[in-house]
Design a protein around this ligand. Structure first.
Ligand code: AMP
Length: 394
């Protein structure tokens, strides 16, 4: 019997614990929030991630440690790694926590990225804008997520996304400048992409590497709204994305699952960021793949053989943000699978998701129409249906 320790007790830890049950695993979750939702399925140690006494108690009770939350301080991960095996390793975590470090790594590995610059001062920002041009995006290097800590500079961008700051360079500096000396800032060229793609991959302790089929993602207000797998992209695009993820995995000696987020612009892939953990755009793998991202992450960190990442049909994941819709429309659908994270409703919070799985793209589109109507979510399902319809027609 192995006990897996998870730093962070949100829905990712909860789904890891659920995936670990058939493998006979036990879990211990550490979270700074007392009612973290993974605590409904696994013992929860309520403590700060920097509390060394708590980390020592955690280490004493687990055989291996991993993360559901990438912003665990890298120093805490290193401290823990001296006492218990930690996967992914703290260096991989540190790189993925810092947008500047990860983009620099991607560039070193020959993976195309949007033009970017490290910003420490207002003069740096002016110089970078002169070089990169507008539109562009100022982001915090660390601790940003779901569009938080981002400011869009220049005309005509981001008008649809009310949650993300936008304006001119003075407004950008007023919004984020104070963070230049704390979490750091990076300026990126704005990519006029046609699609957002992610590739979720697993690497085992012995270097075995597997990728799930590519996923296309749609965001609302910077938060993932829908994912479609497999993405309807050309085979060479899919191969390139997997090759990029493999290069990142090898260079970081990564063990576990991670997601590489990419933009597809004019037929070229550009890397945006990596998430050093199981990822929201891989939730569809629970029903849509032979082995889920959660199970393969556990297999990887425990040194077990990885399971097949083959798709089982076509899948679409719909995220529930803020509050759950009525479950009946999904439960009553022959393609529907419902996931309630057991969280209380709150604006902007991921409280659950649904996965619709069908054997054929046209069948998946029909299911999306039914569910979109039943749940009054036509806007959320609309772009996915359009993509499937175009694919079926081609
Ligand atoms: P991120 O937190 O970097 O994933 O950014 C959140 C969302 O903002 C992404 O999913 C994109 O929709 C958008 N975004 C981020 N960076 C860029 C960029 N350089 N160009 C265009 N859109 C971007």
């Amino acid at each position: 019997m192995n006990t897996v320790g998870i730093l962070g007790g949100g829905q990712l830890a909860r789904m890891l614990a659920l995936a670990g049950a058939p493998l006979g695993l036990r879990f211990l979750v550490l979270d700074s929030v007392a009612d973290a939702c993974a605590g409904q399925f696994a013992p929860l140690l309520h403590a700060d991630y920097t509390d060394h006494d708590a980390l020592a108690r955690f280490a004493a009770r687990v055989d291996v440690a991993t993360f559901d939350f990438e912003n665990v301080p890298a120093t805490s991960a290193q401290w823990l790694a001296q006492r218990v095996p930690v996967f992914p390793n703290p260096r991989a975590l540190a790189v993925a926590q810092d947008r500047l470090a990860e983009k620099s790594l991607f560039r070193e590995l020959g993976i195309p990225v949007p033009a970017f610059a490290d910003i420490a001062t207002r003069a740096d920002l002016d110089a970078a804008i002169a070089r990169i041009g507008t539109p562009c995006i100022l982001k915090t290097r660390r601790l940003g997520y779901d569009g938080k800590g981002q400011f869009r500079i220049g005309a005509g961008i981001g008008n649809r996304e009310s949650g993300i700051g936008k304006g001119d360079v003075d407004a950008a500096w007023a919004a984020l400048g104070a963070q230049a000396g704390t979490v750091g800032l990076i300026l990126e060229a704005f990519v006029p992409f046609q699609r957002e793609i992610s590739v979720v991959v697993a690497r085992a302790r012995d270097g075995e590497f597997r990728a799930w089929p590519l996923t296309e993602n749609w965001h609302e207000h910077g938060i993932l709204a829908a994912s479609l797998a497999p993405a309807t992209v050309a085979a060479d695009i899919a191969e390139t994305a997997v090759a990029y993820a493999r290069a990142v995995a090898q260079s970081l000696d990564y063990v576990g699952v991670f997601a590489l987020e990419l933009f597809l612009a004019d037929g070229q892939l550009l890397a945006n960021e990596m998430a050093p953990r199981v990822h929201n755009s891989g939730h569809w793998t629970i029903e849509g793949a032979e082995t889920s991202q959660f199970e393969n992450h556990l297999r990887a960190v425990l040194g077990l053989p990885l399971g097949s990442t083959r798709m089982v049909g076509h899948a679409c994941m719909l995220n529930w943000i803020g509050q759950l819709p009525d479950a009946h429309g999904v439960l009553a659908d022959p393609c529907g699978h419902w996931h309630d994270y057991g969280k209380s409703p709150r604006a902007g919070r991921k409280v659950g998701h649904a996965t619709l799985r069908a054997d054929r793209p046209a069948e998946l589109a029909d299911s999306l129409r039914r569910v979109g109507d039943a749940l009054d979510r036509r806007r959320q399902v609309g772009p996915v249906i359009a993509r499937l319809d175009a694919y079926t027609a081609s």
